[in-house]
Design a protein around this ligand. Structure first.
Ligand SMILES: C[S@@+](CC[C@H](N)C(=O)[O-])C[C@H]1O[C@@H](n2cnc3c(N)ncnc32)[C@H](O)[C@@H]1O
Length: 242
């Protein structure tokens, strides 16, 4: 794969992402052949087969009144610079965030563990690259390749976020933005709920920002969805590379 140097609208310094080897066993629908598809080899993470974390996507969008991508987009929008961006959608799932991200994007890359989710994202024909793999492993192979990284409703599956934050910081160019949602707690840095979803605290997000050289631009408490008609509280956070 040929990679090219790109200049960032956020900062002058840029490096292209290293090539990601293609895996021949990976099969994509023939209906959308124009997008590039990659398989991220992994020795330690779950393989990209049919992992479908709960809740299901149909529940996400309807029963749970899921609107995190839209809320997160509104939180990020005031900080997004003019010009087209190289955007990374972490845990992109079926690509629900794609329609809002695409108009901002020079390139739009999605990564997710679930090949089933990625097949649906592929059908949207909005992503330049869809990568099946683990976020943390993918990020560790990136260096200043993106201007904006987003993670909508993904960190509910990851308790300790330090490895992900280190990876995002390395993957973003100087001045790059990182927007994400979490479920909220004030009990500890992070807790695993009976729903089997993690919740994170503001002091923990502040500590992660300090440790990984981000400026915390915004943390906004919001109802991020409903579960069994009960509001689920969360935070929308926007950080900028210091
Ligand atoms: C609740 S869905 C949200 C999907 C999408 N961001 C959205 O807002 O519609 C969470 C997604 O994160 C993915 N995910 C969870 N942990 C991951 C990891 N360590 N690496 C890559 N993807 C992960 C899941 O496969 C799932 O598609």
């Amino acid at each position: 794969m040929r990679t090219e140097e790109r200049s960032s609208p956020i900062a002058g310094r840029s490096k292209a992402a290293p090539p990601i080897p293609e895996r021949s066993t990976w099969r994509w629908p023939r209906s959308a052949p124009k997008h590039r598809r990659w398989w991220l080899p992994s020795s330690t993470s779950p393989t990209c087969s049919t992992i479908t974390p709960r809740p299901s996507i149909s529940n996400l969008v309807s029963g749970l009144k899921y609107q995190t991508p839209a809320l997160l987009f509104d939180a990020i929008a005031p900080f997004v610079p003019a010009g087209k961006l190289d955007i990374l959608d972490l845990g992109c799932g079926t690509g629900l965030f794609g329609p809002q991200l695409r108009p901002l994007a020079r390139t739009l890359t999605g990564i997710d563990l679930s090949s089933n989710m990625l097949k649906k994202a592929e059908q949207r024909q909005l992503y330049d690259q869809l990568i099946c793999g683990d976020i943390a492993e993918f990020l560790e192979a990136q260096s200043q390749a993106f201007d904006l990284a987003v993670a909508a409703d993904v960190f509910v599956y990851i308790g300790d976020l330090s490895r992900v934050f280190r990876g995002v910081r390395g993957a973003l160019r100087d001045g790059g933005l990182f927007g994400f949602s979490v479920e909220s707690t004030d009990e500890a840095d992070f807790v695993l709920r009976t729903t089997l979803r993690y919740a994170h605290s503001v002091p923990y997000l502040e500590k992660l920002a300090r440790d990984h050289r981000f400026v915390l631009e915004r943390v906004e408490a919001r109802v991020i969805r409903q579960e069994h008609e009960v509001d689920v509280n969360g935070y929308l956070a926007v950080m900028r590379c210091a």
